[in-house]
Design a protein around this ligand. Structure first.
Ligand SMILES: C[S@@+](CC[C@H](N)C(=O)[O-])C[C@H]1O[C@@H](n2cnc3c(N)ncnc32)[C@H](O)[C@@H]1O
Length: 307
């Protein structure tokens, strides 16, 4: 059987033969303005078109790991959070970090009308049809939650967004401040599974591809996260590696890209006319399957409580 590393090299050569994505390496770092622009360009043309029609901007998950056509597996995250709300009737105030298009809060607010939801994002939005729900949006950077009082929130959650932070320690500090004692902090995110300095050359290229295509400044090592959690007075209630629950979904994304690339000249033309942010996005989406499969990266579900 070919090693995962050889497969990455083969896939890299194959993908580069289909379209020129060298431009994604032009920038070494991304400002909040860059990230905002990236989501402005991709939220409809990429996330709604090929992902969820509701506006969720995260990967699909299923507990049995099965990925069938036509099922919205992006409901998985808010469904799990809804279960936690069902089991904790004392939760009244919920904050979402990096709420994007507000789709997670909309799902939850419909099921839990008595709970107050607030979402912060650099570029927040909410579909008009959901404006009647108990949701408020804050336009801002989640490193600074000064608009929220100490000990006022029952639950904070962050879905595939903290990966954008270069100062996660600050976020854990801020979340600890706004949470009530025993408050819950839920995180779903992807991390590098190896210390950066121990990566081989091909692993470094794979990590760089993920960073550049997704506009991440640093695809951070999971070991650092465990440290921030402990240093900021959180207790780990659950830490689940979701590999078996996401791998078929990631394979499906890779297969879909392979299928679209078979359009030949039409694919080449689309790559030329679509914004760079969308075309560049194909690269990390394509390689997430390989890196998770070879355990170079991990996707973790954390449930933490404030001590
Ligand atoms: C992959 S999307 C996930 C959106 C949402 N959590 C979801 O599941 O649909 C990442 C989001 O993080 C937001 N984001 C990135 N850096 C941020 C920051 N410093 N402060 C607030 N939001 C940020 C982006 O604007 C984007 O909406």
């Amino acid at each position: 059987m070919e090693s995962s590393k050889i497969r990455i090299i083969k896939n890299l050569v194959w993908l580069r033969s289909k379209f020129n994505f060298d431009f994604i390496f032009l920038k070494d770092s991304f400002s909040n303005e860059d990230i905002k622009r990236y989501y402005k360009k991709t939220k409809y043309l990429f996330y709604r078109l090929v992902g969820s029609k509701n506006g969720e901007m995260h990967i699909g998950i299923s507990d049995d790991g099965i990925c069938k056509k036509g099922v919205n597996y992006q409901d998985y995250h808010p469904k799990k959070i809804s279960e936690i709300l069902n089991n904790n009737s004392n939760i009244n105030n919920v904050l979402e970090l990096g709420c994007g298009q507000g789709a997670n809060m909309a799902y939850l607010a419909k099921k839990h009308p008595k709970v107050k939801f607030q979402g912060i994002d650099l570029y927040p939005s909410l579909d008009k049809k959901n404006h009647n729900l108990n949701i408020s949006l804050i336009k801002g950077d989640y490193h600074d939650l000064s608009m929220i009082e100490d000990n006022s929130i029952d639950m904070v959650y962050a879905l595939e967004t903290l990966c954008y932070s270069q100062n996660k320690n600050q976020i854990f500090k801020e979340v600890n401040r706004v949470l009530k004692p025993n408050g819950i902090f839920i995180i779903y995110d992807a991390y590098l599974n190896k210390n950066r300095k121990n990566l081989s050359e091909i692993e470094e290229i794979a990590a760089k591809l993920i960073e550049s295509g997704y506009y991440l400044n640093e695809f951070e090592y999971i070991g650092n996260i465990t440290k921030y959690i402990k240093d900021n007075n959180f207790q780990i209630v659950k830490e689940e590696n979701m590999k078996n629950k996401i791998i078929n979904h990631l394979k499906d994304y890779q297969d879909r890209i392979k299928k679209v690339s078979k359009l030949g000249p039409l694919f080449t033309f689309l790559c030329k006319i679509f914004p760079k942010e969308i075309i560049g996005n194909i690269v990390p989406v394509f390689f997430m399957f390989d890196t998770i499969e070879m355990d170079l990266s991990v996707y973790i579900y954390h449930i933490l409580t404030k001590k």
